[in-house]
Structures are given as structure tokens and as C-alpha cells.
Write a protein that binds this ligand. Structure first.
Ligand code: GLC
Length: 650
């Protein structure tokens, strides 16, 4: 779709920024810009075409892209080219990630470089550094209430320290992910401060209303995100006598993306991060960025238009940076974040496979994989060229947001089933070993999510308290089967720091008034490096979990069939306790089975024979042994919580 007027406007902006077509890098930028310009304009007009300043602000948008290109270092431009040549670099089986809070992990950014060897030993070559930018000490939501998007919080160090870490990571061929908190700012952000003082320009950066009439209208259809600590979606601001939308905590003010000035500000910040050398940008809470009365204000078409627009812009100015949309939404809706129609695989490159994560917890509690299986027809719709972040735990709670019909299909009653899961993980069932807590319990809807570390939810904390060796072994097996399933299912596996060494819940957050109201802090441990030295002492809990995790990463990196080429087929193991899938690539086949039950499971070899040429010999990469298909009385035998990764070597 060539547009002469658009071309001329672009040429003007480029010549202003001294971007000629002489240099090779300029030429690539120019080509990318021209290729995406029409799409950018159409998406922009869809949202802002009728805005009074639409044209002026559109020029600013193009200017932002040009400036980012001019400022992008030759090193990053070279990295862009290398990634572009590789194609979908981020689908690789050779990437393994970890998410961590710098302060809890090692104190400050300057100490992180010294910990890279530990991470590399584990096999980690991708780091998600939890929010680092300036946020108020007391009301920060773990850094997700940003006061200054371009200033690293003093708690962690300086922007130079971050750049130094990035360079060190880059030299070690490690990738970096940081967050852009797009939906809201802290009430201490300069824009909010000015809005509070009555500055109309900045009041328009937020959803501010003179009285309750529109807020009340919104409230009729908007759910509550943190009902216990932040009920409602609006907060009164006495200084300017207005109500401001605050979907999350009352100190997190929602940005108003119907104002194009906000979009351009946020694009500028995203591109600033891109030029710091960020490889994947985690777009926080994108489901919420577009608001409309009469709706839940989640997953609206406007939110997708914004994401598409941002994606096309990033592709032009910083093509090496991929986008992760942190949309923790129902299985059906998540797919839209990868783009639909002409935008298929042109919106977010990654999304969290929160459905699979929650369903693994479901299967671990019931010992039954049927709900997990019932959801897969939705999960499998992910388009080629996009990928999942796969995980068992992250810094947030575990939501049980998969659909009721999936639970019914597995012959459970949804309400009772979810109640069972919540009781199970908070230790309220007979013989329960999990030590989690309910998060965000909503009395009105009876909805609740679950907090707790991987280890504590798997029973390790209780087993240690009870000095019960047998239960310690069971818990460790549970931890490993959970990790294994998420490592091999396809996508970039993202560990949560501490889980590699079996950290149990940390209750010290209760003594800190800035954290005590939010029990998600129980699973955000402070690393005790003395404890972590035990990863080298054979037979300790730390060593057993660390070595097993290390081995999982090693196996994944050695098998290209595990790269996310949308090459997964679910198997029907004729055994409700076992989840099984096949990963295939050209003539390679890998059959993976996971026993989610605390009992030995038998899997008929028939399952393997049903998929293509029946293999005769299989090699288990986990157990390091060969199986002749059909032996062992016709069954593959999986001890409690065991799994195998069987490559067809016939
Ligand atoms: C995301 C973050 C979560 C935070 C919320 C509000 O969901 O993962 O920790 O509370 O956004 O920013």
C-alpha cells in the first residue's frame, strides 16, 4: 500500500535526522521503515486518526523511530543483523532463562556480574531482571509502580551499572529481558504529580473524572484485580478533587492510551530500553491498556491495536528486540496476543503459557491429567514464529483461570474442583503437604489465586519441618517433574530464582509494612549464598534439585527438536495420571511422558506405535537408558512422579 504523502513526510523526518541512504545500516532502517510505514499509519489512524493533533504527533512518532536508529550503537545494530539472519532466534532450544529480583538475588547490579558464573553453571543464558527503574520505596508493587522510567532505582545502582551488566552478559552470550510497565505509572511519577497539581495536559495522561458518574459506570462491568487490598478501580485524589482510574493498587494510576501523546511517550521509553541492549521486552499487563465503559476493560480490540502498532515500530527501529506480552488471560484470549488476521505473528512474539503452568499444578494436585489435556486444543493454536514463556512459578500468584468446560470435560464440577485445588495448595486437605496461601481472595466472586514457592507448594517445606526423608524425596520428585514438563513442552523455559536450589517460603515479608499486605512476597526469596554453596555438596537437597535442573537444561540444549517450531502433538497415554506428548522435527521424534501421580503408572507401548512409523528402540535422555519398544510386558513403567524423554533411535 504505497502512500505518496506518507513517503514525503517520512523523507522530511529522515533528512532532519541526517539519515541518508548511503550507509548500509541506514539503508536497512529505511527499507524497514518503508515496509512498515503503511501499517504503522493505518494502525495509528485506527486509534487516533480523528484526534486534533493526529498529524503532528504522527510525525513525532516517526521522529522517535529515526532518533532511536541514529542512537543505536553499531554493536547493537550488528546484533540486530545477526538475529535477523538467524530468523526466529528466540525459538531456539538453546535458550534457558531465569527471572530474578536483583536486590534479593545479589544486592546490587554491580554484584550481578559476579554471579553470572553460577547462572552459567546451571545453564542459564537469559535473564529477566525484575523491575529496576525508580519506584517509591513503600508503594512500589515490586517495582511495577514506576516513578521514573529512565532512572535506575538507587536500591539497585545506576543506569551505568545496568549498562555494564548488559555488556558483560552480551560478552557471555546471555540475553537480557526487562519490563516496560505500560498500563500505569506510580502516583509519584512526574506526570501524576503534575496532574494532581491541576495540570490539564497531564490530567489527560490518565483517566481522571470530576465526579463518580463515569467511574460508577465503569465499575458496573470491571472486575477487581486486588480486591482485598485495593477494592474498586478508582481512587479519589483530594488535591485536584478528581477520581483517577487505578485498576491495580490505588498508587498505580492507569495511563490513558486514547491520548496519542501517551502512546508516543511510552514508545519512546520502549525504544530507550531497546537501545540499552534489551533482547526481549516484557510488556507488563497489556490486557488492560485500552479502556471502554460497558466492558471489563480487558483484552479489548484497542489493546491489540496498540500492541501491533508498538510491534511494527520496534521492528523498524530495533529489530533485534522481541516483545513478550504479559497477558495472563483465559486460554482462548491469549492467542489474540500473537496477532490475528494479517497481524498473525506480528503482535507479541512471546506470551506466558499461564494455562499450561496452572494446569500442571492442577494435575499435580489431583494426579489426573485430564483437565490439562482438555485445554490443549486452545493452547496449540499458537502461530508459527511465536513462542511461549514456559514456567512453573514466577513472582506472581497462580491463577486457575482456565475455562469451566475444560474442568467439566474431565468429569469434575468446576466450583468444587477449584475449591479442592485452593484447599490442597494451602494445606487444607487431609494429608496435604503443600504450604501455600490464598492471594486476591474475592468474597463476592469466591475467586482466589495461590501464592507459595515451587518447593513449598510441592511439599518440601512441610517435609523438612517434619524431618520426613520419604516426603523430602517425594517433594523433590514433584519439583523436577513440574520443571521437566515445562522445559520440554515448547517455548523458552523461565526459572524463578531460588527454585533451582529448593527455596521454601520466606515469611520475612510480614515484618515489612511495605510488603506485608501482599503475600506474593512469600515466594520472592532473599538468596542466602551460604545455602547456595550446598549445590556442590552431593546429596543435599540443594544439590539434588540444582543438578536435576541443570540436567534438564542440558538435555534441552542438546536436542534441536525441542526448539519451538510448533511441533508438538499430544498423545493419549490411556492413563489419566500420565501426560504425554511428541515433539518432532524432520525425521527426529521425541516422546515425552510425565507421571503426575504418587503411584507407579503403566503406559502401553501402543501409544508410541500410534504415531508414524512404530519405533523399535528408544533412548531416554533423562534416565540414560535404552528401551526396546514392546518389552517389559508391553508397558513403559513410570515410578511415582517420574518422567522420560524418549528419542526414537530405531
Ligand atoms: C503484572 C505483574 C504483577 C503486577 C501487575 C501490576 O501482572 O506481573 O506483579 O502486580 O502487573 O503492575
Amino acid at each position: 500500500m504505497y502512500d505518496y504523502q506518507l513517503h514525503q513526510r517520512i523523507k522530511k523526518v529522515l533528512s532532519k535526522n541526517n539519515i541518508g541512504s548511503g550507509k548500509e545500516q541506514d539503508l536497512s532502517f529505511y527499507t524497514r521503515l518503508i515496509a512498515n510505514a503503511a501499517a504503522i499509519k493505518i494502525l495509528y489512524d485506527e486509534l487516533y486518526g480523528q484526534h486534533i493533533n493526529a498529524d503532528k504527533l504522527f510525525d513525532e512518532l516517526i521522529d522517535e523511530l529515526a532518533k532511536t536508529h541514529v542512537k543505536r550503537s553499531p554493536g547493537l545494530q550488528l546484533k540486530d543483523t545477526i538475529k535477523e539472519k538467524k530468523g526466529y532466534w528466540f525459538l531456539s532450544n538453546e535458550i534457558a532463562g531465569m527471572s530474578l529480583y536483583v536486590d534479593n538475588f545479589c544486592g546490587k547490579l554491580i554484584h550481578l556480574g559476579g554471579k553470572l558464573d553460577y547462572l552459567k553453571k546451571l545453564g542459564i543464558n537469559f535473564l529477566h531482571l525484575m523491575p529496576l527503574f525508580k519506584s517509591p520505596a513503600g508503594e512500589s508493587d515490586g517495582g511495577y509502580a514506576v516513578e521514573d522510567y529512565k532512572k535506575v532505582d538507587e536500591r539497585f545502582g545506576t543506569l551505568e551499572d545496568l549498562q555494564a551488566v548488559q555488556q558483560k552478559m552480551n560478552a557471555e552470550e546471555m540475553y537480557l529481558m526487562v519490563d516496560i510497565v505500560l498500563n500505569h505509572t506510580s502516583q509519584q511519577h512526574e506526570w501524576a504529580v503534575k496532574a494532581r497539581q491541576g495540570d490539564k495536559k497531564y490530567q489527560d495522561y490518565f483517566h481522571m473524572y470530576a465526579d463518580r458518574s463515569i467511574p460508577d459506570y465503569f465499575e458496573q462491568t470491571m472486575p477487581e484485580i486486588f480486591p482485598e487490598v485495593a477494592p474498586g478501580n478508582f481512587t479519589y485524589v483530594p488535591e485536584c478533587d478528581k477520581w483517577v482510574m487505578t485498576v491495580f493498587h490505588n498508587y498505580q494510576w492507569d495511563l490513558n492510551f486514547s491520548n496519542p501523546a501517551v502512546l508516543i511517550e511510552m514508545l519512546g521509553i520502549m525504544l530507550f530500553y531497546a537501545n540499552l541492549g534489551v533482547d526481549v521486552l516484557r510488556v507488563d499487563a497489556p490486557a488492560f491498556i485500552w479502556k471502554q465503559t460497558g466492558t471489563t476493560c480487558q483484552n479489548l480490540p484497542g489493546a491489540h491495536t496498540i500492541l501491533r502498532l508498538l510491534k511494527q515500530c520496534v521492528q523498524v527501529a530495533a529489530p533485534g528486540m522481541a516483545l513478550l506480552g504479559e497477558a495472563i488471560v483465559a486460554p482462548k484470549q491469549i492467542m489474540d496476543y500473537f496477532g490475528t488476521g494479517t497481524y498473525t505473528a506480528r503482535e507479541c512474539d512471546f506470551a506466558y503459557n499461564a494455562t499450561q503452568m496452572a494446569l500442571q499444578w492442577d494435575a499435580l494436585a489431583t494426579g489426573d491429567t485430564r483437565v490439562m489435556l482438555a485445554a490443549q486444543h486452545e493452547v496449540l493454536k499458537k502461530p508459527y514464529g511465536t513462542s511461549w514463556i514456559t514456567y512453573t512459578r514466577c513472582h506472581d500468584d497462580i491463577g486457575l483461570g482456565y475455562d469451566d468446560y475444560m474442568i467439566r470435560q474431565a468429569s469434575f464440577e468446576p466450583y468444587q474442583h477449584r475449591k479442592f485445588l485452593k484447599d490442597f495448595y494451602t494445606g487444607n486437605t487431609y494429608g496435604a503437604t503443600a504450604m501455600g496461601a490464598l492471594f486476591g481472595a474475592n468474597e463476592k466472586t469466591q475467586d482466589a489465586r495461590i501464592s507459595g514457592t515451587l518447593a513449598s507448594l510441592c511439599g518440601l517445606e512441610k517435609a523438612i519441618i517434619d524431618t520426613n526423608e520419604e516426603q523430602i524425596n517425594v517433594a523433590i520428585n514433584r519439583i523436577i517433574v513440574m520443571q521437566a514438563c515445562s522445559f520440554f513442552i515448547g517455548g523458552l523455559p523461565m526459572l524463578f530464582y531460588g527454585d533451582e536450589a529448593g527455596y521454601t517460603n520466606d515469611y520475612s515479608y510480614l515484618n515489612n509494612p511495605a510488603k506485608s499486605y501482599d503475600n506474593r512476597w512469600m515466594h520472592r526469596p532473599i538468596i542466602d549464598w551460604k545455602k547456595n554453596t550446598k549445590i556442590d555438596i552431593a546429596g543435599t537437597i540443594e544439590e539434588r534439585i540444582f543438578s536435576a535442573t541443570q540436567k534438564l537444561i542440558r538435555i534441552r540444549k542438546a536436542l534441536p527438536v525441542l526448539a519451538d517450531n510448533s511441533n508438538l502433538v499430544w498423545l493419549s497415554p490411556y492413563n489419566i495420571h500420565v501426560a504425554g506428548f511428541l515433539r518432532h522435527l524432520n525425521d527426529k521424534r521425541l516422546f515425552c511422558f510425565f507421571n503426575f501421580k504418587n503411584e507407579t503408572a503403566f503406559v502401553d507401548w501402543q501409544v508410541i506405535k500410534e504415531n508414524g512409523n512404530p519405533p523399535t528402540v528408544l533412548f531416554d535422555h533423562w534416565g540414560q537408558k535404552e528401551y526396546v519398544v514392546g518389552s517389559e510386558n508391553g508397558y513403559l513403567i513410570l515410578p511415582p512422579y517420574a518422567f522420560c524423554v524418549l528419542e526414537d533411535i530405531s
